[in-house]
Design a binder for this molecule. Sequence first.
Ligand code: HEC
Length: 122
Amino acid sequence: MRGFILGGITTIVLTILAAFFVGVTGRITMRADIVPTAFERSLAMRVMDANVERNAPKMANPVEPTDSNLVAGASIYRKHCALCHGDPIDRESPLADTLYPPPPPFGTRLIACLTRAAERRR
Ligand code: HEC
């Protein structure tokens, strides 16, 4: 039993030392111009979603989805966000290709979002 525990601890310590060695000897690529792997993207999104889920305040949206609120929100979006994120009419942002990381295109999602808000009001 003692040997098993010692073996486990040794394995953990060696794994940490190996990861440290790989990192400090410049073997982990940090270049921002390389497309992240599907695994990296999936992991990062899961970690971010889990963090938001855990830490974001739990509250109902204080803004009612009335016609005037939706129109005001769309207007603010067009004025301050659409340039980079696109909108339902001009889905392609003229700046998207110049930014890294690229801004997520909300134009398409915006239609789905507004449709859901309108359906909730029925
Ligand atoms: C100058 C360009 C620019 C403008 C203007 C801009 N954004 Fe962004 N936005 C970005 C970029 C680039 C990213 C991606 C950042 C990243 O992935 O680290 C981003 C990311 C986001 C994200 C995160 C999306 C996700 O999936 O994690 C949200 C939400 C967002 N923007 C909302 C807005 C809103 C709302 C506005 C307007 C009030 C706005 N942005 C205006 C460039 C912009």
